[in-house]
Write a protein that binds this ligand. Structure first.
Ligand SMILES: [Zn+2]
Length: 71
């Protein structure tokens, strides 16, 4: 399936930097994140309608990784 990254931003939380990417795939937007400290990554489990929404979902999705590994 065709996919393209339409938005990229860095997000810093408690000194840990995450790279957030919004990907357009299958007619929807998905928020993905990569932790630059441990190279772990993940993505939103729901389709998003806007870039802002996808970024917000990616940020809430990485919270569990953050709590487990960086707190
Ligand atoms: Zn991490």
């Amino acid at each position: 399936m065709k996919q393209s990254v339409i938005h990229r931003e860095s997000y810093m939380r408690d000194g840990v930097t995450y790279e957030i990417r919004v990907v357009k795939e299958g007619g929807g937007l998905w928020g993905r994140w990569t932790c630059t400290d441990c190279s772990d990554d993940g993505e939103s489990s729901k389709k998003c309608l806007s870039v802002e929404d996808a970024v917000a979902v990616a940020k809430s999705n990485l919270r569990l990784h953050h709590i487990r590994n960086h707190q």
